[in-house]
Ligand binder design. Sequence first.
Ligand SMILES: NC(=O)C1=CN([C@@H]2O[C@H](COP(=O)(O)OP(=O)(O)OC[C@H]3O[C@@H](n4cnc5c(N)ncnc54)[C@H](OP(=O)(O)O)[C@@H]3O)[C@@H](O)[C@H]2O)C=CC1
Ligand SMILES: Nc1nc(=O)c2c([nH]1)NC[C@@H]1CN(c3ccc(C(=O)N[C@@H](CCC(=O)O)C(=O)O)cc3)C=[N+]21
Length: 302
Amino acid sequence: MSATIIDGKAYAAGLRTRIAEAVADMARQGATPGLAVVIVGEDPASQIYVKNKARQTVEVGMRSFEHVLPASTSEAELLGLVAQLNADPAVDGILVQLPLPKQIDAQKVIEAIDPAKDVDGFHPVNAGKLMTGVPGFVSCTPLGCLLLIQSVRKDIAGLDAVVIGRSNIVGKPMAQLLIGQSCTVTVAHSKTRDLPEVCRRADILVAAVGRPEMVRGDWVKPGAIVIDVGINRVPNLAAGEGKTRVVGDVAYAEAAERASAITPVPGGVGPMTIACLLRNTLQAACIRRGLPMPAVDFAPAA
Ligand SMILES: NC(=O)C1=CN([C@@H]2O[C@H](COP(=O)(O)OP(=O)(O)OC[C@H]3O[C@@H](n4cnc5c(N)ncnc54)[C@H](OP(=O)(O)O)[C@@H]3O)[C@@H](O)[C@H]2O)C=CC1
Ligand SMILES: Nc1nc(=O)c2c([nH]1)NC[C@@H]1CN(c3ccc(C(=O)N[C@@H](CCC(=O)O)C(=O)O)cc3)C=[N+]21
C-alpha cells in the first residue's frame, strides 16, 4: 500500500487564506486582531517557531507584538509583562513561548494569562473546558492534528486511536479531542508496556514523544492514519560536519508502507500549529469584540 501524504503545509496555507479574509472583513469594521508573543531566553526549537509565526501573523493582516526578554528575566518581571498584555486592548492573544528558564515557574505564568487571551489553550480554564466539552481555546498542535486527520477521514467515530505522549500541551489535549470525536482512545507514555503492540491496535496513531524515528513501520496497523508531531533535530551526516536536519517521531519511509495516510516532518503538523494559533487569535478577537466567529476550519474530506 502506498500512503496518502497529508500535506500540512498546503492545508495550513489554505487555513491562513481564510483567516486573512476574515481579518480583512474585521479591519473594514475598524478592528484588527493582535497577537503578543513572549520569548524568554534562547531555546533553539522555539526560535524556528517564533520566526515562522511572526511572519505569518503579519501576512494574515494581524498585528504582531514581539517581546524578547533575556534568559535572566525574573518571574516577577515576566508576570508584570503578562499583566500589561492582559490589560492592553490591542492584544487579543497572548503566547508565552515554552520552555521557560528554570528560575521561572511556567505554571504560574500560564495561570496569570487572561483565559480570554489564552490562544495556546494552556490555561487550566481552557484545558478544563476542553475536558468538559465546553467551547474554549483548544491547544494549537492537537487542533491542527485533528484537522489533518479529518482531512483524510471525516467520520472517525468508533475508531481506535493511540496517542503516544501525555504532555499537557500535546498528548492530553489530543486525547480529549479524539474522545470528543467518539474515538476509543489509549494514551501511551514512557511507562507503557509493549508499546509496539499497543500501537498496532491503532486506526489513528499520533506520536508526540520527542524521540527521533522511534515508531517503526511494523508498529503501524495496515491502513492506519499516522500523525507525527515530533520535531527532532538530528545530525545530517550526508550534508557534512555540524549540519542538522529535522525528523519526526516516526520512521517515515517504513511507516508510509503500511499507513493509509501519514504526515511528513517537516511540512505536516508544524505548519498547522501556527495556522491554528492564528485561528485561535481570530476567535479571541471575535469573542472580545462581540462578533461571530467566521467559519475558517475546513476539511476537504474524503
Ligand atoms: N509540530 C509541532 O507543532 C509541535 C511539536 N512538538 C514536538 O512534539 C514532541 C513532543 O512534545 P511534548 O509533548 O512537548 O514533549 P514532552 O517531553 O513534554 O512529552 C513527551 C511524552 O512522551 C513520552 N515518552 C518519552 N519517551 C517515551 C518512550 N520511550 N516511550 C513512550 N513514551 C515516551 C513521555 O512520557 P512520560 O510522561 O512518562 O515522561 C511524555 O509523556 C517533541 O518532539 C516536540 O518537539 C511539540 C509541540 C508542537
Ligand atoms: N507556548 C508555546 N506554544 C507552542 O505551540 C510551542 C511552544 N510554546 N514551544 C515550542 C513548541 C514547538 N512548536 C512548533 C511549532 C511549529 C513548528 C513548525 O513550523 N515546524 C515546521 C518547520 C520545521 C523545521 O524546518 O525546522 C514544520 O514542521 O514543517 C515547529 C515547532 C510550537 N511550540
